[in-house]
Design a protein around this ligand. Structure first.
Ligand SMILES: [Zn+2]
Ligand SMILES: [Zn+2]
Length: 257
C-alpha cells in the first residue's frame, strides 16, 4: 500500500524541529508524495512561533517541486471545552487543522477530562484531524472517542512517530483505536509527524499495524488519491464558504487540478 499524502510535518519554525519547508517538499517529492501538510504547533507550546507565523503562512506557494502544500497547524487543545490556542480568525487562513493534547500546563486531566476535551474539539467543524490519540500520557475512553470521530467526521491519526520516536507505550493503544475504527467504519489517516525532513513520508510502522489488523484500504484516506481529495475537498469547501479570501478559491482549484 502506498501513502500519497503526509499531513503532519513540523518545520524549523517549531523550536524543536530542524528542516525548512523547501527541504520537506524536496523529500516529499523523492518519496512520491502528492500532498504535504505544513503543521507547526500552536503558540502555547514552549518554543513555538507566535500567531504571526500562522497569519503569514499564505506566503507559502500552493506547490513546491510538484508537491501540493497544505497550510496548516497542529493546534493545542487548551481546555476540556475543546478550545484551541489558535483563534478562529487565524484558522480561516488555513487549509488543514490538526489538533491534539500536549503538555502545555501543569494541570493534568483524568481519563474523563481528556475524553471530554477530544469530543468537544471534534465538535468544532474546523478541526480535520486529531493527532496521536494513542498517547499513553493522555488516557482516553477510546470507544467514545472513535464514535465521536465517526459522528463529527473527524479523521483519526495513526501517527508513525508514536511507534519509533515519541510517546513511548503508544503502540497497544494505537492498535485498540485502529481496531475500533475498523469495527465502526471510521476513516484514519497515517502521518509521519516529522521533525526533520528525512522522516517525511515515513509511515512503515503505522502501515504495519493497520496491515496486522486487516484494515480495509478504503478506511485509510491517504492511501488513495481519489479518497483523499474528495474528503478534503468536502472539508475545505466549508472553510472556503466562510472566507472571502482569494487564496481559498485558488486552493480549491489546486485540488481539482
Ligand atoms: Zn503532537
Ligand atoms: Zn506533531
Amino acid at each position: 500500500m502506498e501513502i500519497l499524502a503526509d499531513l503532519h510535518n513540523h518545520t524549523e519554525a517549531s523550536g524543536h524541529a530542524y528542516s525548512s519547508v523547501e527541504e520537506i517538499a524536496r523529500e516529499a517529492k523523492k518519496k512520491g508524495l502528492k500532498y504535504i501538510g505544513i503543521t507547526d504547533h500552536g503558540p502555547e507550546l514552549p518554543g513555538e512561533p507566535d500567531l504571526s507565523h500562522i497569519e503569514n503562512i499564505k506566503e507559502l506557494p500552493l506547490n513546491i517541486h510538484g508537491v501540493q502544500i497544505l497550510k496548516g497547524v497542529e493546534a493545542n487543545i487548551v481546555d476540556q471545552e475543546g478550545n484551541l490556542d489558535v483563534p478562529e480568525s487565524y484558522i480561516e487562513n488555513l487549509d488543514i487543522v490538526l489538533a491534539g493534547l500536549h503538555n502545555i500546563s501543569d494541570e493534568s486531566w483524568n481519563r474523563e477530562g481528556n475524553t471530554r476535551a477530544l469530543l468537544n474539539t471534534m465538535e468544532n467543524e474546523d478541526v480535520d484531524i486529531i493527532t496521536h490519540p494513542g498517547n499513553p500520557d493522555f488516557p482516553i475512553d477510546r470507544e467514545s472517542f472513535v464514535l465521536g470521530a465517526k459522528e463529527s467526521e473527524t479523521l483519526v491519526e495513526i501517527n508513525n512517530s508514536s511507534f519509533v520516536k515519541s510517546r513511548a507505550g503508544s503502540s497497544k493503544y494505537c492498535k485498540e483505536i485502529a481496531l475500533l475504527c475498523k469495527k465502526y467504519g471510521v476513516p484514519v489517516i497515517i502521518n509521519s509527524d516529522s521533525h526533520i525532513s528525512r522522516d517525511v513520508g515515513e509511515t512503515d510502522q503505522a502501515l504495519k499495524l493497520l496491515k496486522s489488523i486487516d484494515m480495509p484500504k478504503d478506511l485509510i484516506v491517504n492511501s488513495s488519491l481519489e479518497a483523499f481529495e474528495s474528503y478534503f475537498k468536502k472539508k475545505n469547501m466549508k472553510r472556503i464558504i466562510k472566507s472571502s479570501s482569494r487564496d481559498y478559491a485558488r486552493a480549491l482549484y489546486s485540488f481539482a487540478g
